[in-house]
Write a protein that binds this ligand. Structure first.
Ligand SMILES: Nc1ncnc2c1ncn2[C@@H]1O[C@H](COP(=O)(O)OP(=O)(O)OP(=O)(O)O)[C@@H](O)[C@H]1O
Ligand SMILES: [Mg+2]
Length: 329
């Protein structure tokens, strides 16, 4: 029989808040250590149900992304075990959680960052479940002495949560030796190294350019513990995503509408500026516009069914179905 079986209460990290950093919650009293022969049931961790819920939402709300979901589960497990070890007084360095999200446009990078924030917060790794998104212009100044305060301001805004640097490679302009982006990278390096900082940095962007960015900045790359790759969605996944989006807005495709949308996707995927799920969202919006116009033009009383149904005509009005112009002779 175990001497003691216990769970553990909400944990908000053992790192003291930085001086001058707004502290969201008062520091909770440290939990008493468990004796060596105790048993700890992970399921009784107050954070466990939030984590389970977040992972379930990730599965339900995001189609595909198998590899990404696996990595998120691994990170959750790592932090759960880290919490458990602390209860037994097993000293270890705080796991590094800086990440990179690389993938083509519209593959769910921003969306997964938001879920990640919820999970890291539930597990006490960060103090608030917030993502502060920035791009080069939010960090780099126009003149000497301008960049450091701008970058520090962004870091202060993100403190306690996630700093999400979108299109991070724009920070690095090798063609310009005096580019202020280098200063941002140096400040970030220091910040990411600091054990005391309750800040997670996620670098996001398209794969090729991110590879170049990390190769040119090995210091940054080595401080990123989790390099997570997002992939283009298959036609099938895009259709499932459209169904989720349509249902989320209380619409539905009828059978002919669904077939038309699948055809639309096949065509659209081959066109320029195709942006995966983002293009799907835009296409659904345009279907709604055409449906609205069609319904208004009907000039008769409308049923609930009329209002919720997206028909083939609402999809086929897209210019993507226009015949390709004849090649110039
Ligand atoms: N797997 C998915 N299942 C359902 N919806 C998705 C999925 N991936 C993305 N979406 C939806 O597609 C839209 C675009 O996703 P998101 O903004 O997260 O992509 P992104 O990778 O950050 O794009 P970008 O590179 O252009 O910034 C959002 O509305 C999001 O909810
Ligand atoms: Mg994004």
């Amino acid at each position: 029989m175990p001497a003691e079986r216990t769970g553990f209460a909400m944990y908000r990290g053992t790192q003291p808040a930085r001086r001058g950093e707004p502290s969201a919650d008062p520091e909770p009293a440290p939990e008493p250590l468990l004796p060596d022969d105790a048993e700890l049931d992970l399921a009784t961790d107050e954070a466990a149900h939030v984590v389970t819920e977040t992972l379930a939402r990730l599965d339900a709300e995001l189609v595909g992304l198998g590899a990404v979901k696996r990595r998120v589960r691994e990170i959750a497990a790592l932090l759960q075990i880290d919490r458990a070890r602390r209860r037994f007084g097993l000293a270890a360095s705080r796991p590094t959680m800086h990440m990179s999200f690389t993938g083509p446009p519209g593959t769910g990078k921003t969306t997964v960052a938001l879920r990640m924030a919820e999970m890291l917060h539930a597990l006490g790794y960060i103090r608030k479940p917030k993502v502060h998104t920035v791009t080069r212009d939010d960090l780099v100044g126009q003149f000497i002495g301008h960049t450091a305060p701008k970058t520090k301001e962004a870091i202060a805004k993100a403190a306690g949560g996630i700093l999400f640097i979108d299109e991070a490679y724009y920070l690095f302009r090798p063609e310009n030796e005096r580019d202020y982006g280098q200063e941002v990278i140096e400040i970030l390096l220091q910040e990411m190294e600091s054990e005391r900082t309750s800040l997670v940095v996620i670098f996001a962007g398209y794969p090729d350019r991110m590879d170049t960015f990390f190769s040119a900045n090995p210091g940054l790359s080595s401080r990123v513990a989790h390099h997570i790759g997002f992939e283009d969605y298959s036609a099938d996944e895009l259709l499932q995503i459209s169904e989720l989006m349509v249902a989320g807005e209380n619409f539905r495709f009828d059978d002919a509408g669904r077939t038309a949308f699948a055809e639309y996707l096949e065509l659209r995927m081959g066109r320029p500026r195709f942006a995966n799920a983002r293009s799907v969202r835009n296409a659904v919006e345009r279907c709604r516009l055409r449906q609205a116009k069609r319904l208004v033009d009907l000039g008769r009383p409308l049923t609930r069914d009329d209002l919720v149904t997206l028909r083939a005509a609402d999809v086929r009005g897209s210019r993507v179905f226009d015949p390709a112009p004849a090649p110039a002779i």
